[in-house]
Design a protein around this ligand. Structure first.
Ligand code: ADP
Length: 248
C-alpha cells in the first residue's frame, strides 16, 4: 500500500536544446492508479516530457521522483524500465511472424530474464498469465493467429498486452487511438480505463473525442509548461487554451 498517493512527481523540469526550452519549469504529479491525458499543440513538449520520464532525455534542471524515492534523472533507460515504467510508441514493436500467444510469452520471459525462466515452474503458470492478459487486451479469440494478421487496432492492443506482461506501475502511451476505427477507439478507451484501475497511465492524445471518452483529468502543455489542468470541459473552456489552439 503506497504511503503517498503520488506515484510520479515532476518538479520544475527544464530541458534545453541549444538554448531552446522544450520543457520550461514543468511540474506535474500523477497518482497511483491515475490515468491522465496530456494534450497540447505540436511542439508543446509532450514527447520531451515522456523522454524525461523514461530516461531518454536528461533534464538540465528539476527533479523527477518515482514512488517518492527514485530520482529518475539519475537513472538510465534500462533502470527506469526495471522500476516499472513502460512506454508504448505509436508504431507497435510486435513480432508479426509469431502468434499472439507467442508474442505474450516472449514478453513474459523478457520480464523474468533467462535464469528465472530456467528456474520457474514454467509453462502452466505462463499460460494462466497469458489467459488473463489476452482477456484484458481483448484478444482471446486471436490467441493462435499470427500477429501480422491482426487489425491495426488489435496490433496496438497486443503491444499493450506485451507491456502489461512486464508488470509496469506506470504506462506511457502515445496516441493509442491513432488510425483506429470508431469501434476500436471506443474499445481502446474501455481497455485503458480497465488498466487504470490498478496502474497509472499517461496518455498523450490529439483526438478530443477519445480524450472525452477516457473521462479523466487533462493536462494541457504549451511551450514546455502546464497551461491548464482539470476536467476536459474546464480545460477546453480555458481562455488561454482556446487561444493556443485557435492561434495555430
Ligand atoms: P510535442 O511532442 O508536444 O509535439 P516535442 O516534445 O516533440 O513536442 O518538442 C518540443 C519542442 O522541442 C519542439 O519545438 C521541438 O522542435 C523541440 N525539440 C524536441 N526534441 C529536440 C531535439 N532533440 N533537438 C532540438 N529540438 C528538439
Amino acid at each position: 500500500v503506497p504511503v503517498t498517493p503520488t506515484l510520479l512527481y515532476l518538479d520544475n523540469i527544464t530541458v534545453s536544446f541549444d538554448g531552446f526550452r522544450a520543457l520550461n519549469a514543468l511540474s506535474l504529479a500523477i497518482d497511483h492508479a491515475e490515468m491522465r491525458a496530456i494534450i497540447g499543440p505540436n511542439g508543446a513538449g509532450k514527447t520531451t516530457m515522456m523522454d524525461v520520464i523514461t530516461g531518454k532525455t536528461q533534464p538540465n534542471e528539476g527533479t523527477a521522483l518515482f514512488e517518492g524515492t527514485h530520482d529518475l534523472t539519475a537513472l538510465d533507460e534500462t533502470a527506469i524500465a526495471e522500476l516499472g515504467i513502460g512506454r508504448k510508441f505509436q508504431t507497435p514493436t510486435i513480432f508479426e511472424m509469431h502468434t499472439v500467444e507467442d508474442n505474450l510469452l516472449l514478453a513474459l520471459k523478457n520480464r523474468r530474464g533467462p535464469l528465472a525462466t530456467l528456474l520457474s515452474r514454467g509453462v502452466n503458470q505462463d499460460m494462466v498469465r497469458i489467459d488473463a492478459l489476452l482477456e484484458r487486451v481483448r484478444l482471446t479469440a486471436q490467441r493462435h493467429r499470427r500477429a501480422g494478421e491482426l487489425s491495426h487496432g488489435q496490433k496496438q492492443w497486443l503491444e499493450i498486452g506485451m507491456l502489461l506482461a512486464q508488470e509496469p506501475k506506470l504506462l506511457l502511451i502515445d496516441e493509442p487511438a491513432a488510425g483506429m476505427t470508431d469501434q476500436e477507439t471506443a474499445d481502446t478507451a474501455d481497455l485503458l480505463r480497465d488498466i487504470a484501475r490498478s496502474k497509472a497511465v499517461i496518455v498523450v492524445e490529439h483526438d478530443m473525442t477519445f480524450v472525452r471518452d477516457l473521462g479523466v483529468k487533462v493536462t494541457c502543455l504549451h511551450e514546455g509548461s502546464v497551461l491548464a489542468e482539470g476536467s476536459l470541459d474546464a480545460v477546453s473552456a480555458n481562455e488561454r487554451v482556446v487561444e493556443v489552439y485557435l492561434g495555430r
